[in-house]
Ligand binder design. Structure first.
Ligand code: AMP
Ligand code: ZN
Length: 472
């Protein structure tokens, strides 16, 4: 262990990251030496997260782990949107949380909204744990930070950048000439896009809501009761927890044209300082080559994957075999293939004896891969190469792989496949009962059995060669 720590404490190496703002690979320079502040747009907690949403947080996690591996101290914020996100990214359509209240037959009240949001927030944190994603340092909920929204809107009003109409307070984009700089978005494309509904009271069709009036549901504000726009929430929460500017802001690519350009416009116009220095965006998970979206229904969750005996860690492995900026098309077969590979890897690691040291040459190559815009697929390939390398002692292989797993987060040292004849009888019985329940499509029962198996320290995965039981 001591040797391992020593090796990682080498000189801090250069980290290159793709910055959407400059549309180029840049060498990362933090605002404060040795410290990284990051804000990741979090989920709208009106439903379960689908596996596409979760890719955004696996990406944030490998970014954090890469910095930590390079001995940076990281402060990471993931917000929870529990109010204000409309079904479109623009200013019209129903509020997603209101939609959830109706779906679940709950009253239209802030209390009921909070309750529904809390339920899905907890499911989201369960998902993060299953994917071995490090818990962010802060999880602010938008509904707890309304005062911060109001403060920025008041500032914008004072500066003459916001104006009031009969249905809300709007940002006047003519006052922010740099509007659209992220991703080089042209105003024309926004006007033609779906986000801009005809609203004769707006000065420009591309102006966006900072606050929407609602006489029955919402919070009191100087200009009238209602609720904040989705974009202002991120400006307020990032400012409160990280200050302005902070280092890195991330999200999925869908956030570039509207949400992130709006965050930039509000924060930069209000405080005459950049919002964040680096903007990073993760590509989408598609299904049948189409977009996977909560609003489209029929999406895949970690739970549905687990019903198909695919472990969340196998999904994580599968994601890491592609670069975060490459779109990936989900198929069960592809993720099952990743699961086979992961089990093989876990088997190999569990057969390696303890007690070695980090192999310097491999360590350097690993760092070069991850520090080159998070090259995780190269890092995984390197592990396979190392396993085959007959010039390296088995003990050193183990130590080196476990060192790399601090970034990959695949639990390579803590899960080990159990030989069939060594599986305890009661675990085998539970696994068989689960199989029966699955065949009978009794999903709740199958799920309860899975949890029971996990509580006893085992994990069951389906592979090409049949069911495999792993122990923790
Ligand atoms: P939402 O809950 O809709 O606010 O989205 C949460 C996060 O998931 C955001 O960073 C989105 O950009 C991201 N996201 C949404 N759909 C997908 C998808 N199909 N693949 C990857 N990321 C997605
Ligand atoms: Zn955001």
């Amino acid at each position: 262990m001591a040797v391992q720590e020593e090796e990682v404490a080498l000189e801090r190496m250069e980290i290159k990251l793709y910055n959407t703002l400059s549309r180029s690979l840049e060498t990362f320079t933090p605002l404060k030496d040795g410290v990284v502040s990051m804000y990741h747009c979090g989920p709208t907690v009106y439903d379960y997260a689908h596996i596409g949403n979760l890719r955004a947080y696996v990406f944030a996690d490998i970014l954090r782990r890469t910095f930590e591996y390079n001995k940076f101290s990281v402060k990471q914020v993931v917000n929870i949107t529990d109010v204000g996100h409309l079904v479109t990214d623009g200013d019209d359509g129903e509020d997603k949380m209101t939609k959830a209240l109706k779906r679940e037959g709950k009253p239209l009240s802030l209390e009921a909204m909070r309750e529904v949001a809390t339920f899905y927030f907890e499911r989201f944190t369960d998902d993060l744990k299953s994917l071995n994603i490090e818990t962010p340092h802060e999880f602010p909920r938008a509904s707890d930070h309304i005062a911060g929204d109001i403060e920025i809107i008041e500032k914008l009003q004072e500066k003459g950048i916001a104006y009031t109409t009969s249905d809300g307070v709007y940002f006047d984009i003519s006052k922010f000439p740099a509007y659209g700089k992220l991703g080089n978005i042209s105003l024309e494309s926004l006007k033609d896009g779906s986000r801009v509904a005809v609203n004769p009271e707006k000065k420009s069709p591309a102006d966006f809501a900072l606050w929407k009036f609602d006489a029955t549901l919402g919070w009191d504000a100087p200009w009238g009761k209602g609720f904040p726009g989705w974009h202002i929430e991120c400006s307020a929460m990032s400012r409160e927890f990280l200050g302005q500017p902070f280092d890195i802001h991330t999200g999925g690519i869908d956030h570039i044209p509207v949400h992130h350009n709006n965050e930039i416009a509000q924060s930069e116009a209000a405080y005459d300082a950049p919002l964040a220095h680096y903007w990073m965006h993760g590509a989408f998970v598609t299904m049948n080559d189409g977009k996977m979206a909560k609003s489209a229904g029929g999406f895949v969750t970690l739970k549905t994957l687990e019903d198909d005996m695919v472990s969340p860690l196998a999904y994580r492995y599968w994601l890491l075999t592609a670069h975060y900026r490459s779109p990936v098309n989900f198929t069960l077969e592809a993720v099952r293939g990743a699961q086979n590979a992961l089990i093989k890897l876990m088997t190999a690691v569990s057969n390696l004896p303890e007690g070695g040291t980090l192999v310097a040459g491999y360590g350097e190559r690993f760092r070069a891969s991850i520090n080159n815009d998070l090259g995780m697929s190269q890092a995984i390939a390197l592990i396979w190469e190392l396993l085959k390398d007959t010039a390296v002692a088995d003990t050193d292989k183990r130590t080196t792989i476990l060192n790399f797993d601090r970034v990959l987060g695949l639990k390579l040292g803590s899960l080990a496949p159990v030989e069939e004849e060594k599986v305890p009888e009661e675990i085998q019985a539970l696994a068989d009962a689960r199989e029966e329940a699955r065949k009978a499509k009794e999903w709740e029962k199958a799920d309860a059995l899975r949890i029971e198996i996990e509580n006893r320290g085992y994990v069951v995965m389906d592979t090409a060669g049949g069911i495999k039981i792993l122990s923790k």
